[in-house]
Write a protein of this length. Sequence first.
Lengths: 493, 562
Amino acid sequence: MPLLVMLSSLVPALLIFLLREEQHRLRTVLNLGGALLKVAIVSYMLWGVFNERVFELRIAFLPGLPLTFEADALSMLFITLSAVLWLFTTIYAVGYLEGAPHRSRFFGFFSLCVSSTVGIALAGDLVTFLVFYELLTLATYPLVAHRGTAAALDAAGRYLAYTLGGGGVLLVATAWLYQISGEVAFRERGFLSSLPEDQYGAITTIFALLILGFGVKAAIVPLHGWLPRAMVAPAPVSALLHAVAVVKAGVFGIVRVVADVYGIEFSSRLGLLWPLVAVACFTIIYGSLRALVQDDLKRRLAFSTVSQVSYVVLGIAIGTPMAALGGIVHLVHQGVMKITLFFCAGNLAETEGIHRISEMHGVGRRMPWTMSAFTVAAFGMIGVPPVAGFISKWYLSLGALDDRLWWVIAILLSSSMLNAAYFLPILHVAWFGGAASAKAVGDGGRPIRDARPMLVVPALVTALLSLLFGLLAGAAWSPLQWAHLIVLREFGL
Amino acid sequence: MIGFLSPSMLADALWLAVVGSPLLAAGLLAVPACRRVVTRLVPLTASPAIVVALWGDWVPPGSFDSVLLGARFGADPAARVFLLFTGVLWLLSGAYALGYLRDDSRRAKFFAFFLLAMGGNLGLIVAQDMASFYALFALMTFSSYGLVLHSGTDEARRASVVYIVMAIVGEAALFAAMVVLASAADTIVFSQVSFAMLPPATRQLATMLALIGLGVKVGVFGLHMWLPLAHPAAPTPASAVLSGAMIKAGVIGWMRFLPVGEVDFPGVGALLAGLGLLSAFVAVLFGLTQDNPKTVLAYSSVSQMGLVTVAVGLGMASRVAWPAAEVAVLLYVLHHGLAKSALFLGVGIADAPPRSAVWRGLMRAGLVIPAAALAGLPWTSGALAKAALKGAFEPVSASGFEAVVALLPWTAVGTSALMVRFLSLVWSSRDDHHGAVASAGMAVNWGVSVLLSAVVIWFWPAWLVAPFRAKTLAAGPVWMAAWPALVGISLAAVVGASPMLRGLFQRPLVPAGDLLYVLLRVASAAASAVAGPVSGLCRAAERARTIWGEVAGKWYFAAGGK
C-alpha cells in the first residue's frame, strides 16, 4: 500500500519527463490522474489506519538498515494533507503555467517532490526519513530555479546551500544516534529513554543537531533566510514550499524527533523542550515583525510562514497533550490557509501583474472571488473564528495553560495582533482602497475580471476547507479529530 | 417522517435561522441577479430572532456538536430581552436603510456588512458556549468596520482605524479571558462554569481580562475612545444599530463571562461601579461641547452605558445584589437600545426635513419623546429603567455604595442637559437643506421606532416590568424622576440664554475621541524617544513611529488645533 501511494506520483513523474513539451493534454491527464489516484489510495489507508490496520513495507537498503515504511496516524495526517493539496496545486499549476516553457521539466520535478513527501511521511525510521528528505531537497531545486532568471538561480542556490547544510548536520546526528543506541526506528513515545544516564550528554547534543538540521526547512529563525528569497519561484512552487511539502517536511521532522525518537515526556525530562519553546516563540514574533514591514505580497506571506510554522514547533515543545493537539492540527490548518494565500497572490500577479501591497488598491472590487478566498484565509491566520486558525490557537493556549506557561498566551496574542496588523491593511486596501475614485465612476472603475477558473477554483476550494476545518471542527472527519487520535496514540492515553 | 419533523429538529432549524438568515442573505447579495430582491428582504432576516425572543419559552436549546468546539444555543430570559430589542432595531434600521441609501451606488456593499454584523449580533446573544460567542462577536466586530468606513470620508477613515485597533485589542483580551476560564473550568458551556470552584487567582485574571475585552465594546471610560468617532461616522441606520444594539453585546458578554451572582468581588465591583460613574459624568461633559448631533448621541451612549456598568459593578461586588442588578441591567439596555436608536434614526430625518410645517412639527415632537426618555422624565421608559436601577441598590445601600446612590440622580441632570444640547442641534438644522426629503419609508420606520421606544417597556417582558410599573407611576417617584431632569433642563436653558456662556459651547472643547488625543501625544513622544536607540535593531519600531506620527499629527493635532 505505501508503495502504491508513492508510485501514484512517481510513475507520472517519470513518464512526464519522457513527454515532449507540446504533449500537454497527455501530461495533464497523467498529472491529474496520479493526483486523483493518490487521493483515493490515501482515503483507503486513512480508513485502515483509523481501524488500527498496519500498512508496512521494507526494502533492502544498507546492510542491517532497510528502508522501512509504516503508516501511523501522524503519517496519515501529513500524507492526506499533501495528497489533497497536491491535487489542487496540480490543477492550479496546469492553469498557471499554460503556455509557459519547460512544462515537462516542471511537472516532472513537481511530481517527484510529492513522491519524496510521501516517503517522508511514511518513513518508519530516521534513515529512511533522511533519504527522502534529501530527495525532496534535490527535487525542489529545479522548481525554485524554474524561471532561470538571476534572482531565481540565486534563490535556488541559497536554498540548496541552506538545506544541504541542514541535511549534512542531520546525517551526522543520525549516524551518531545509531552508533549510541543501535536503533533508528520511530516508535510512539520514543526509544531513547532506556539509555544509561552517562549517554544523556551525547543525546542532548544529538537533539540539538537534529533540531538544527530540521530547523532549516522548518524555517526557524535564524535558519529561515532561504524562504523569503525563494518567493521568486512561480506561485505553485510557493504553495509547494510553504504548504504542501518543504516547510512541512522540516517541521514534521521535528515532530517525529520529539515524539517518536525521544518521546515527549523523556525530552521534557531531559530539559530539551524549553529551549525549543523559546526558539519557537522568538521565531513567531520575529517572523511577524518582519512580515509587517514587507511591501512585496509574497515576501510578507513568506515571513508569515516563518512565524506560523513555529506554532507547530511550539505545540510539540510545550509538551502537554492539548498543546501537541494544537500544534499537530496546525500542520493541516496552516497548510490549507497558506496555500490559499499563495494561490491568491499568484492570481493577482497573473491577472493584473500585482506583486506589491501598495498596488492592490481596490482589487477586491475587480477580483472579488480571489480576494474573498484571500480574506477567509487571512482571518484564519489571525485566528478569528470560525476559520481554522482559531482552533489551533485555542488548543495551543489551553495546552500552554496546562503547563502554567502564562507568557505563551501573551506570545500567541501578540502574534495574533501582529497578524492582524499585517493582514488587515491588505484587506483594507483591496476592498476599500481607492474608494474616492470608485465613487466617481460607481462600482465599475475597471470591469470585474477575475482570474481564470483553473486559478480561482483551487483558491476557493482551499479557502472553503480552511473555513470548514474550523467551523465544523467538531465533526468526525475534521483534522482536529484526527489530530486528537494522534495525540491519544502518541501519549498512550 | 415523524422523526424528520420532530420538535427538536424544528428548534434546531430555528436556531440556524437566527444566525443563518442574515448570513445567507449577505451571501446572496454577492450574486448580481438576486441583489434587488434580497436587498428588499434585508429587514426580514431579523425576524427569526424576534420570534425566538417573543416565544423563546417553547424553543428547546439546540446543540450542534460538530460546529466549532461543540456549539450550544439557547434563549434564557436575559437573552430573550437582548434578542427582542436587538432584533427590532436591526429590522427597523434595515428597513430605514433601504430609504436612506436609495441613491448610494455602494449600497449592496453596505447591506452585505450590515447583514454580517446582524448575524453576529443576533447569534452571540443566543450563543451558550464560549467559542460560538467569540466567533459571532468577532463576526459582528469585523463586519462593522465596513459600516464605520462606508462613507469613505476622512472622518470615517480616521474613525475606522481607531475602531479596528481598539476592537482587536478587545478581541485579544477576550480570547485570553476565554482560554483562562475554559482551562480552569474545563468546559466552554457558560452555564457549566462554576466560578465558585475556580482558584481565586485564575478567577480574578479571567474577570479582569473579560472586563477589558468586552469593556471596549461597552465603551467603559478609558476604552471608549472609538465610540464617539465611529458611531457618528457610520451611515445613520448603522449608527442606530451600533449605539442601540451592538454596544450591548458587550453587556451580555459580561453577563456570560463575569462571575456575577456566584462570587463576591467587592474590590473589582467597586472599581467597575466607579468607572461606570466616571463614564456617566465625564462623557456628558465631553458630549456637551460637541457640535455634531450624532457625536452628542454617541457620548450620551458612553454615559448611559456607564450606568449599566454601575449596575454590573454592583452585581460583581455582591452576589446577593445581582438578581436585582440584573433586572436593572436588562430594563436599562431595553430602554436605552430602543430610545437611542430612535434618536439616531431621527437625526437622519432631521437632516432631510419634511417641507410642510405640520410634519416638521411632528418630527420635532417625535425627537423629544426618546430624548425625554433618556433624561428619565416621568412616564417615560427611562423613568422605569432608572427606577429599576435605583431599586437594585436598596438592599445594599449600607455597604459602601451610598456615594453611588447619592450620585445617580445627578447623572440624569447631565443627561438632561445633553439632550437639550442634542435637540437644539437637530432642531436648528438648516431649513435651507438643498434637496432630498426623507422618504416616506424612513419616516414610517422612525415613527415606529419612537412608538416602540415609548411603549414596549411598559408591557414586555411582563415578569421584569410588573414590579416597577405601578411604582414608577405613583406620585412620589414621579417627583424623584422629575427633579434631575428639570435641573438639567434649567441649567441648559440658562446657558442657552446667556450669550457669554453659550460661547463656551460653540465648538468642541475636546475633539471627539478625547483621551485618544492625549494618549497619542504621549505615545508619539514616547515612540520618538524609544525609536532612536532601537531603530537599528528593529525596523518595525521605526515604522511604528511613523504610524504614530501620522495618526497623531495628521488627525488629532489638526482636529484639535483648527
